[in-house]
Design a protein around this ligand. Structure first.
Ligand SMILES: Cc1cc2nc3c(=O)[nH]c(=O)nc-3n(C[C@H](O)[C@H](O)[C@H](O)COP(=O)(O)O)c2cc1C
Length: 209
């Protein structure tokens, strides 16, 4: 079946070089970022943040910390996807706020908070475990942003080829609050799209009876 969504899935590829003469409009960038903001997250915690960088000097400074990949400086907008660390801790009051905004009654709120803390006992026991839990969720937002971009003819490349500590240092991140998840440049392709290599449908999908 071919429709607008499947066309976007075919259009998206890990773009290696962007046309640095082309700039994404504010309106299109907002459309892409909204797809990230509206993404699902465990318990609705939204433990993420998206830094949007257009400053050429800063892009150039970050490039060596990202394996010198050309996408870093040829892109129009560089989005740095961060995983939230302290915001998911009960003591910050943020999990309570997240539950509260749904308008649930006080006794249900207490129940939910207790369930949250109990279920995530191990996750919340260290910043390292929190990172590994929240970073997984940022990938959903990252995927949605890439597909949203492809839907409107904009290219992207998810980048994990980086020195995490070096990028966090350049960005002056307080890593007790946010840590680097993914580097996500957006722009317009300079070259033809690469071939999409995928395993056969039957090899990766199993209908269990
Ligand atoms: C988590 C993650 C990290 C990746 N890191 C890089 C990267 O650092 N540099 C790069 O050029 N591509 C990177 N890629 C892109 C993959 O290599 C690419 O998606 C895969 O080879 C399939 O190709 P396609 O996306 O063009 O279909 C990454 C992809 C993912 C999902």
């Amino acid at each position: 079946m071919t429709n607008e969504f499947s066309k976007a899935m075919d259009f998206r590829h890990a773009c290696k070089v962007f046309d640095d003469t082309k700039t994404i409009s504010d309106e299109d960038m907002k459309f892409i970022l909204e797809a990230g903001r509206k993404s699902p997250s465990s318990f609705g915690m939204e433990a993420w943040k998206f830094l949007v960088i257009t400053n050429e000097d800063l892009k150039a400074k970050l490039k060596p910390a990202c394996w010198d990949q050309i996408q870093m400086t040829s892109c129009s907008h560089l989005v740095i996807v961060l995983a939230g660390i302290d915001s998911v801790k009960v003591a910050t009051g943020i999990p309570k706020q997240r539950f509260e905004r749904t308008g649930m009654p006080a006794e249900q709120l207490e129940f939910y908070l207790g369930m949250y803390a109990g279920h995530l006992d191990n996750v919340l026991s260290s910043d390292e475990n929190i990172y590994s839990w929240t970073v997984r969720q940022t990938y959903i937002a990252t995927g949605n942003m890439m597909t949203a971009a492809a839907f409107i003819g904009i290219d992207s490349c998810p980048i994990e080829g980086f020195d995490k500590g070096a990028v966090e240092k350049i960005l002056n991140l307080d890593t007790s609050k946010f840590q680097l998840a993914t580097v996500l440049p957006f722009g317009y392709r300079l070259n033809e799209q690469s071939t999409q290599y995928r395993e056969a449908f039957e090899d990766i999908v199993e209908f269990v009876k």
